[in-house]
Each structure stands twice: as C-alpha cells, then as structure tokens.
Design a binder for this molecule. Structure first.
Ligand code: AMP
Length: 546
C-alpha cells in the first residue's frame, strides 16, 4: 500500500464543540418555558460544557465512564451532549418513557456512574434510583435538588451550584476516533433493550451528513425546532450537526403537545423542524381547528415510522410546508435514507419519490435479502429484508463482558433491519412493512403500512393502525383500528367502500374497530404489540363485514 501524505487527525466531537462554540459562538440554543424562551449562545454552551467537564472530572468521571441524562430537550441537555463525549466520557441518553424494568435494565447494563436529571423528572427518577446499582452521583438541573431523596451511596448535586464552582475552560483531550462517545438503547418491542455505542468517528461523519444537501441540509440559516427527543436516537443527530454548521436550536422541553408546539411556531417562526408522524398528525388537527401561518418552516423532517402521503399533502396544500420523509434506526445513528426527489422531477413523479423512504447517501450501503437468504435485485420491484452497512451503522450490540448480543441481527457484516421493502436501481427505498407486521393472507403479502396510509387519507380519519389477526381460511387477515377526527363520522362500510378502487379486492379488510387513540410506544410510534394483545384478550370491539 502506498500511504498518503495526509494527517491522521481523529474525527473527535471535541473538535465539533471547539468549532461550534467559537466560530458559531453567536448561534443559540433556546428552551421553551411555557411562555418564552431561555436563550444560551453557543459561546456560552462552550463555557458551560467546560464547567460541566470540570465538575464531572471532580466527581471522578474518567475516560469511557458513562454519564447518563434523564432529560427533556433543553439547553442543559445540549451542554451535556457537548461536554461528555468531548471529555472522553460516554453520554448515555436514558429514555424517560421506558417501562420501569427496561429503564433499570439499561442504566445497569450501561453501568451509568452519573445521572443528570431535569427537576421536573425527579419524581420519576426517584422511583428507579434505588435499583440503579452503579450510579454514584445525581446532578439536578432546572429544579430543586433537595426534592430528590437519594439512597445510601448516592450523592445529589445542584447543577447550577456545581457548575458555578468550576473554571470555564477545560483542556479537551485527544480522543481516538473509534472510542465510544454516546450510547443509546433500542426501544425494543421484545426482549431486553439492546445498546448501541456510537463512536466519535460515526457521530462526526453522521453529523456532517445531517448538514449535507442530500442529508437534512441543515445550515446556519436554520432555526431548528428539535421535537424529536434527545433520548431517542440522539435527536436524529441535530445537536452535534447544529454545532457543526451554526444552526440555532429551539428546544421544546416538556411542552410537546400540539398547542404549545403551535405557540412555539407562532412565536419563534422556526425554519426547520423534526419529529415522528404522530406529532404532525396531532399538530395538523390542532392547526385545522386554529389556523395559523407556518410557511416559515422551509423543511420538516419526518421519520421513525412511515409518513402517510395524505399527511404530506395536507401540510403542503393547506400550510405550504414541505415534509421531507426519512428512514432510520437507533442502530443507524439514525439517518439511513432521505426522500429528496431527483433534481428536475416535477408533479406526480416528484411526489412518488417523496412518498418513498428516500435515497441512501454514500455512507449507507444497502441490499435486500429474501427469505431463503439470497440477495435480490434493486429493480424497484423485488421485495426483501433490508440490510445496511456503513461507517455510522452499528456492527454489534454493546455487551459489558464482550459476549455477543443478538448475533442474528447481523449477517456477514450487514445489519439486518427487520424492515421489508424494495430499492430502485437509483437507490430509492420503499418500505412495505416491518417483517413482523406484514400480513400473510393466503400466502400473499398485505402491507399494513399501505392499508394505513389509504385509510388515513379518508377525511374523517385521524389515525389508523393495521395488524394481522388469525383467520381460519386465510391464516391471517388485516384488522383496521381507526381513530376518527373529532366530530367526524364514518362507519366500517363507508371506509371499506372508500378502499375498493384503491387496493386489490382480496386485500379489502373485513375486520374494523373504532378506538379513541392508537396506543403509542415510548417514542410516539404506533404500538402494534399493544393492539395485538388487546385483540388477543378480546377487549377490542371488532365489527366483521360480510
Ligand atoms: P428506532 O430504532 O426505535 O428508531 O426504530 C427504527 C425502526 O423504525 C425502523 O427499523 C423502521 O421499522 C421504523 N422506521 C423508521 N423510519 C421509518 C420510515 N420513514 N418509514 C417506515 N418505517 C420507519
């Protein structure tokens, strides 16, 4: 090999912090308090990060130690995002909405030493704290530290007081780019959550992709409303990407309902926002009842589950806002594919690209594998399980003792996503389902996502979730759970009639149920396992059409 002449400068998040807090020192992160914003410049983020790093070091946090956050999206959470990896420790973002036993599992599994908690979340953390075996320090931000009763062996600190005692400079160490920078556990629907450890290198490259024009095209022109939680897949990479490019961040803290989100939009007029589809479905209903101009949003990134085309059209036609569909997973940092239509496409052709899960960027290689383990063609038609690999895709799950966790999720260096779809020759992905959600009716597949999208395009429908249920004749048939819009009416016959000219006759669902709300996972996705359990125990009122 002929070696290059280039410098071996590691891709470290310390450089991102140094860069953002100096060259973009005027950009701001700000947090909604319910009526206004608390603002902090990136210059101040740099100083606060140095204080936090000094404080953590004084508490005994060293290289590779895990520092957990149990926080909403806010200024202090950004400071932790900036400081913890840059000092060589590992930021572990705890999902505040996990079931108690899962939360306890992940904190113990990651061996978290310190937890930074928001004051409003003290009652929740207080319940778990006695079960967190490795935690020695809890730092309370935005609240009253004396409200937390600590078990023996755990010291409680006030964030402001602790940071006030520190110097506002820190000598950020040289870091091996392969070292762990942050940890996030999958929200796993079955079994224990699995840990993904992002490296400095993976986060650096991923953040750069977030700013790329075929990524999220985030730039210093953006005021970015980061609704997607910092405890879910690193808020889709927005925090470090913002420091990298000087985009300002607006953090909603605990004000995540449609009404306060609409208020933040009205007051701050962000240019950019990111959240899962259910947030936008809720916001749309609110805006339709209380119209306001939101055309200041030049880009709204939506992913985490499939975006119904009807939602995209509603935002475009009624509010002149473009939704950018994206696909990803905790395991993929998460940006996997983004649905920018190819330049020059217009009309229906453009929309067809925008409905898809999008095109893979150069950093994500993808292939489809069929049930027999053979790779199928990227011809835009053949279906298979999506497998991916690349510098920001995990190659394994974290194991404290080095043993293998769920090796079946990996196939010869590729991550098995569990998603089923097709890929065009030009690299556009269309997902039809999760492999466990696809409905096998008489040997043929029915896509639950397709059915949901069509039912949700009916004007009376707010949300629709489809699961497969056992059927004597066909093995499985779809059951549609429908949430109607407030004051709207529609019955099963009408909805089935609406579907007749949109899907094949044999796919038309016979089973329908009307519910008040689709159960959601800890990160706001439709929770089909809860619907399956309800169906199993007979607690859904199902109407079967002849
Ligand atoms: P999580 O790691 O919790 O973010 O979940 C990742 C999973 O969410 C993926 O494997 C997909 O099943 C699903 N997902 C994410 N984005 C999309 C999307 N745009 N369309 C359909 N499913 C998605």
């Amino acid at each position: 090999m002929l070696l290059s002449t280039m410098q071996d400068e590691p891709l470290s998040l310390a450089t991102v912090l140094r860069y953002g807090s100096t060259f973009h020192s005027e950009a701001e992160v700000s947090t909604w308090t319910g009526s206004e914003l608390r603002r902090m410049s990136y210059g101040e983020v740099g100083r606060q990060a140095a204080r936090l790093a000094n404080a953590l070091e004084a508490l005994g946090v060293g290289e590779g130690d895990r520092v957990a956050t149990f926080m909403w999206n806010n200024n202090e959470h950004l400071v932790a995002y900036a400081a913890v990896p840059a000092m060589g420790a590992v930021l572990h973002t705890l999902n505040i909405r996990l079931f108690p036993e899962q939360l306890i599992f992940v904190a113990n599994h990651a061996e978290d030493k310190v937890v930074i908690v928001d004051g409003t979340l003290i009652p929740l953390l207080g319940k778990y704290l006695p079960s967190l075996k490795t935690v020695r320090h809890v730092i309370v931000a935005n609240g009253d530290a004396s409200a937390l009763e600590a078990p023996a062996g755990v010291e409680v600190h006030d964030y402001t007081q602790l940071l006030d005692e520190q110097e506002d400079t820190f000598t950020w160490p040289d870091i091996d780019e392969r070292a762990a920078a942050a940890a996030c556990y999958t929200s796993g629907t079955t079994g224990d959550p699995k840990g993904v450890m992002y490296s400095h290198r993976s986060m650096w490259l991923h953040s750069a992709q977030v700013t790329a024009t075929n990524g999220m095209a985030l730039s210093d022109a953006d005021h970015t409303l980061a609704i997607v939680p910092m405890f879910h897949a690193m808020s889709w990479g927005l925090p470090h990407a913002a420091l990298m490019c000087g985009a300002s961040l607006i953090m909603p803290d605990r004000f995540l309902q449609p009404e306060p989100i609409a208020k933040i939009l009205a007051t701050e007029k962000p240019t950019f926002a990111a959240a899962v589809p259910t947030v936008w479905i809720g916001l749309l209903a609110h805006l339709d009842a209380n119209p306001q101009d939101i055309s200041h949003l030049r880009n709204v990134v939506v992913g985490g589950s499939a975006v119904p085309p009807s939602l995209m059209h509603a935002f475009k036609d009624r509010y002149n806002v473009d939704i950018l569909h994206a696909w990803g997973m905790t395991e993929t940092s998460p940006l996997g594919s983004v649905a920018w239509a190819p330049a020059g496409t217009t009309g229906e052709e453009e929309w067809s690209y925008r409905y898809s899960q999008g095109r893979f960027p150069v950093g994500v290689q993808a292939r489809l594998v069929d049930d027999g383990g053979s790779v199928v063609a990227n011809d835009g038609e053949a279906l298979g399980e999506l497998q991916v690999r690349g510098p920001w895709i995990t190659g394994s799950y974290y194991s404290p003792d080095g043993g293998e966790v769920d090796p079946d999720k990996f196939d010869d260096g590729w991550l098995r996503t569990g998603d089923v779809g097709k890929i065009t020759p030009k690299g556009y992905l269309t997902l039809v389902d999760r492999s466990k959600d696809v409905i096998k009716s008489g040997g043929e597949w029915i896509s639950s996502v397709d059915l949901e999208n069509i039912v949700m395009s009916h004007p009376a429908v707010a949300e629709a979730a489809v699961i497969g249920v056992p059927d004597e004749k066909w093995d499985e048939r779809p059951l549609v759970s429908v949430v109607l819009r407030p004051d709207a009416t529609a019955d099963a016959e009408e909805l089935r009639d609406f579907l007749t000219d949109k899907i094949a006759k044999w796919q038309l669902p016979e089973r329908w149920t009307f519910i008040d709300e689709v159960p959601k996972t800890s990160v706001g996705k439709f929770d089909k396992k809860v619907l399956r359990a309800k169906y199993g125990e007979g607690s859904l009122d199902v109407k079967t059409l002849g």
